[in-house]
Design a binder for this molecule. Sequence first.
Ligand code: GLY
Ligand code: MN
Ligand code: MN
Length: 439
Amino acid sequence: MILVDIFRARRARLLASLTAQGGGVAVIPTAPERERNRGTNFPYRADSQFFYLCGFREPEAVLVLIAGDSPRQFLFCRAKNEEQEAWTGCRYGPEAAAGHFGFDSAWPIDELDRKLPELLINQPALWTSLAFEPEWDRRILAAIKTVRASIRSGDTAPGTVHEISVALDEMRLTKDETEIAAMRRAGDISAAAHCRAMRATCPDRFEYEIEAELIHAFRAAGSQSLAYPPIVASGPNACVLHYTDNDRRMLDGELLLIDAGCELDGYASDITRTFPVNGRFSGSQRDLYQLVLAASHTARAQVRPGNGWNAPHEAAVAMLTQGFVDLGLLKGEVQELIKTQAYRRFYMHRTGHWLGMDVHDTSCYKTDGQWRPFVPGMTLTIEPGCYVRPADDVPEAFWNIGIRIEDNVLVTPDGCEILTENVPREIDAIENLMRDENL
Ligand code: GLY
Ligand code: MN
Ligand code: MN
């Protein structure tokens, strides 16, 4: 199957679902371009749900799908413009885009505001995304208002507005073979980058030197961008969950926590490894690392069809809390420490999230108030951790140790597959990899 057929099939599935829910018109814009500072933009990335439905990467584009007995699919995109294309590169233009991306018709984006009211007239419902981009909210509401202005001639405006991402998140939650292939490859590229980072790490280098190794490996392997800003956090920085300065000199005897992943063909990977700057774990580092590693194994074992979303987190929390007591970080009875969430002093985030086009993918964690059960094709992270800041009531040997181990996981019919297996996680394997490099 060629790619355009995959995108067309997704649009057909969405249209069938909208028709079953009473029909109407879906209007889905891509992401706006964003200025970084005067005359310079942030690198452009299409909106995930728009891209999921059509694979079109240009900015200034809107997708229109009309549900019902004779469904239709339209695209608005930038018109051809030789002068502009000399500056910013080739554009498909509506005619070529319609053919290439499998639309019934396409029009220049400059005609959107004039045509939108025509497309909304007499439709029972509008399906779009609201409260994400204020400019889009303004534009789509203006179109509804224009339709309402003509109701005395017998036309009607959509009586209902639905959030389209509810249906789209549901579709995106389980990945098809094309998506899984992209995620496997993204996982492989990121795993290789983490191995490169481990080999490059030694005392007195700077965190940004290791960040540069990661970015080199991502790009050299063909990934188009980072999935999120890399965290390269040595020593105490590892206890800052969203640390991204990456500008500290790494010292002998410390750990380095790296959370970094590439984006490939629109799909994210999201790996964390923690390892000693000098290649050998100290006693207290080893103790805490083994605990987080055991939590990772136990959480992963809970990822199988039928288990609910929260099962890996609950398993990780139980294992970590018991370990915190055994190591003297917490005092008290384990069940009570779990119930009162006392463990959150050292483990304050959840054990994972859905992963896909967005690193924090979709919002489908519960249905009807229950944690959603795993089904084959879902992809998620498993990322237990432990972060110990200095405090009088905490053994000094553990101060400033921050550890996270994060892998990407695909739910399979009988359990799960780790998509990020190709970077070591066991202590011996990490030490061997770093020792071989330093021979
Ligand atoms: N790197 C973002 C996360 O782990 O959720
Ligand atoms: Mn993550
Ligand atoms: Mn991460």
